[in-house]
Design a protein around this ligand. Structure first.
Ligand code: KG4
Ligand code: ZN
Length: 370
């Protein structure tokens, strides 16, 4: 079954063609340059950019898949109108991210998916974006690599710009949230620290690069929030505040100011360490609590290679295993992971019953899906 998947949940416009767990094409247009100068995602700009690109991105996903898989039908691509019908014949259903995400951004993908489902008479599947991140470690290329079988249950650690969650992934489409952030997400903390240092948006990757150059994570000890609490929740806003006051103190004292600029690598490294230590600590706690030592990790922050090393060390200590999205473009937002979830929903015939009634769900917990 071939699925056309669409994701417009935040600041990436993405469309993919998937078949089972295989990605036949995955096109992502990142709006980072649009939002960069504002230091964060501006919803109205995101909506407009999605609207401007969505047709092109979907056409590219169809075209790329054609080019890669069936070169003999290449000539069909010239005329959008007549070739369109032929292209669409091979698509069995359409999947779209329904939430969570920015309401007016989600809406663009949903409206488009509804329009196409009606026009080409396809079934529609609505997917939760965080389910996509959970499944991203199982997404395969068109040759079926990496060959990973599911070995339930897993602990899924989801770390993105909007979410930080530990989820019990019991079976296909079966989730239970064990812990989540009560304020900022891990990626958000990195982004905010980077912003305070004038390093631009998004900050996670810049911080990784700077931290990697020196790696003196012990330069300054920032607090590791909520380590003493008995639950599996996270909190990163206190850490952000403590970083803010550290910088503020520094600005008052010229000696420390120069220390900030001179030691920006050590500072980013120390801050990053505080965020990652917290993630590792709570993940280990969840492993001990549940007795599950198989991890799957999803979300933009797992692009970070240093964090990957830390997680590998953690599972080694517990004789466990950890899976990451195998390709870098699968760590951030993409439609391929949405298509793969849709495959498992299609197997259970979880299609949208009334297409006209499908609406965005900007806040949509994994606990409340089925
Ligand atoms: O999953 P994602 O692309 O979008 C959301 O759904 O939020 O995650 C974006 C987050 C941002 O906070 C960004 O700073 C972070 O992922 N990120 C990183 C790295 N690359 C992206 N964080 C740490 N290290 C990286 N290399
Ligand atoms: Zn995401």
């Amino acid at each position: 079954m071939k699925i056309l998947a669409i994701d417009t949940s935040c600041d990436e416009t993405s469309a993919a063609i998937t078949e089972g767990r295989k990605v036949l094409s995955n096109v992502i247009y990142s709006q980072v340059l649009i939002h960069k100068k504002w230091g964060g995602v501006v919803p109205s700009l995101a909506k407009r950019a999605h609207e401007e690109r969505i047709d092109f991105i979907i056409a590219e996903a169809l075209k790329k898949y054609r080019r890669d898989r069936t070169p003999e039908v290449k000539e069909e691509q010239g005329d959008g109108r007549t070739s369109g019908v032929k292209k669409w014949r091979e698509i069995d259903c359409i999947a779209v991210t329904q939430g969570p995400g920015l309401a007016i951004a989600l809406e663009v993908g949903i409206i488009k998916a509804k329009e196409l489902a009606k026009k080409y008479n396809k079934k529609l599947i609505a997917v939760n974006h965080m389910e996509g991140h959970i499944y991203s470690s199982f997404v395969q290329n068109s040759h079926g690599n990496p060959k990973r079988d599911f070995e339930f249950p897993y602990l899924a650690l989801l770390i993105s710009g909007g979410h930080t969650e530990i989820v019990l992934f019991n079976d296909h489409l079966k989730y239970e949230i064990l812990g989540a952030t009560i304020d900022d997400a891990a990626g958000e903390a990195l982004d905010k620290a980077a912003k305070m240092l004038g390093l631009g948006y998004p900050g996670g990757a810049v911080i990784e690069r700077l931290a990697d150059e020196v790696g003196n994570k012990d330069f300054y000890h920032f607090p590791r929030p909520m380590l003493k609490s008995n639950n599996l929740n996270f909190s990163f806003s206190g850490l952000k505040t403590s970083f803010y006051y550290f910088l503020k103190r520094s600005v008052k004292s010229p000696i420390v100011t120069s220390e900030v600029t001179e030691h920006i690598r050590e500072l980013t490294s120390s801050f990053q360490e505080a965020v990652f230590d917290t993630l590792i600590f709570k993940t280990e706690k969840a492993m001990k609590k549940t007795g599950i030592s198989r991890l799957v990790i999803g979300g933009g922050v797992i692009a970070n290679l240093y964090l990957r090393r830390k997680l590998k060390k953690l599972v080694k200590k517990h004789n466990g295993s950890v899976l990451f999205p195998s390709y870098k473009y699968l760590t951030g937002d993409n439609a391929a992971m949405i298509g793969v979830v849709a495959h498992y929903k299609a197997e259970k015939r979880l299609f949208v019953k009334n297409i006209d009634e499908l609406d965005r769900v900007p806040r949509w917990s994994l606990d409340k899906l089925y």
